[in-house]
Design a protein around this ligand. Structure first.
Ligand SMILES: NC(=O)c1ccc[n+]([C@@H]2O[C@H](COP(=O)([O-])OP(=O)(O)OC[C@H]3O[C@@H](n4cnc5c(N)ncnc54)[C@H](OP(=O)(O)O)[C@@H]3O)[C@@H](O)[C@H]2O)c1
Length: 335
């Protein structure tokens, strides 16, 4: 795809934000978590570059407000907000059905929504909440919308179609977290502590992040690990069809989720902490780059911001990865 001078304005997303360099008119993108810090920037910049952007809100009136705000900002009404709770499987099925019915081609899927919960809780489907929101939501949307992604790639209208190496025509970006490589909340000396995944738990999703020994930050990281594992599996399975699947850790960014992660004793320093973190525009930049930059031609990448980085060993263990993928697929297929 070539940049087009007559394309809708695609100026930078504020200081150090990523400037979408391609004309996305005629393209459809689905971005989860559009009401949040980074998701809102991603939705806005994709819409500014001309894409028709679908996002999801749990609350219809918040969704309407978001749509109106972004329409004012970009000068065009290109955002469609669907209503649903991403932790609920029936809602994921309904969202996917709606997208399929209205958009036979999906060029971009950005699984950005995420959450950190201080205490353990179960989703309506009986799965630990971190697993439901941070892993199964994105997995299910990717799995159920595979044909629409393939169709976009086959039609040759994806964001990087025509780029010499790979010719990738449709893209999935999973926003994960480098907690997969280090679950220490404070990294003051010592060695990184990669998240552990007990293979014995990979037989039933309800066994993952059990009550015994529950540590919220590790539970969050384990869900992100499952996503990273499955992303690589999706990347292998979809490569031949021209669909790229990559993961990104956006950096430590001043958004709502960080407040949930700050240990209680550090709360008084919250305002100071937010000042030294990346802005949502800076955080969203790496997601936007993986989603749209014609120079990104790889698939199956794990990126720390814009740089490919090593993922934990479990991601590269074909048996563990296949088990995680099959378990998630069975969950996603269950009506
Ligand atoms: N901020 C960081 O430092 C950091 C670092 C590494 C990775 N990440 C990842 O970056 C992504 C974006 O997060 P953020 O930092 O922008 O945080 P955020 O501002 O808290 O945004 C999270 C988004 O996810 C949505 N969401 C959460 N649970 C949902 C559910 N059950 N159904 C529908 N939507 C739901 C939220 O919707 P509501 O508005 O309705 O709550 C919100 O739009 C997440 O995947 C996060 O894990 C963030």
């Amino acid at each position: 795809m070539n940049a087009d001078r007559s394309a809708p304005s695609s100026r930078a997303a504020g200081a150090a934000g990523h400037r979408v360099r391609v004309d996305l008119r005629g393209r459809t993108a689905l971005v989860t978590g559009g009401t949040g810090g980074m998701g809102r920037v991603v939705v806005t910049e994709l819409a500014r570059a001309g894409a028709h952007v679908l996002t999801v809100s749990r609350d219809a009136s918040r969704g309407r407000h978001l749509r109106e705000q972004i329409a004012r900002e970009v000068g065009a009404d290109r955002v469609q907000v669907l209503t649903g709770d991403l932790s609920v499987r029936a809602d994921l099925h309904a969202l996917a059905e709606r997208v399929k019915a209205e958009h036979p081609e999906l060029h971009l899927l950005v699984n950005n929504a995420g959450a950190h919960y201080r205490t353990r809780g179960l989703s309506a489907d009986g799965v630990e909440r971190h697993v439901a929101v941070n892993h199964l939501a994105g997995f299910t949307l990717t799995y159920l919308l595979q044909d629409q992604l393939r169709a976009a790639a086959a039609a040759g209208t994806g964001p990087a179609h025509g780029v010499a190496a790979g010719g990738v025509g449709a893209r999935v970006v999973d926003v994960v977290s480098d907690t997969v490589n280090d679950t220490r909340t404070l990294k003051l000396g010592g060695s990184p502590r990669p998240v552990r995944l007990d293979p014995a738990q990979l037989v039933d999703l309800r066994r993952i992040n059990p009550a015994e020994g529950f540590v919220a930050f590790e539970a969050y990281a384990r869900a992100k690990l499952l996503t990273t594992m499955c992303a690589l599996e999706f990347a292998h399975r979809l490569a031949a069809d021209g669909v790229a699947v990559n993961c990104v850790h956006p950096g430590i960014v001043s958004t709502g989720i960080v407040d949930d992660l700050v240990p209680t004793w550090l709360r008084p320093l919250r305002p100071l902490l937010h000042r030294v973190l990346l802005t949502p525009e800076q955080g969203a930049a790496s997601t936007l780059r993986l989603a749209t930059d014609p120079e990104v031609t790889g698939t199956g990448l794990y990126c720390r911001r814009s740089t490919p980085a090593p993922a934990p060993a479990a991601v590269h263990d074909p048996r563990l990865r296949a088990a995680a993928w099959a378990l998630s697929r069975d969950w996603a297929e269950t009506p």
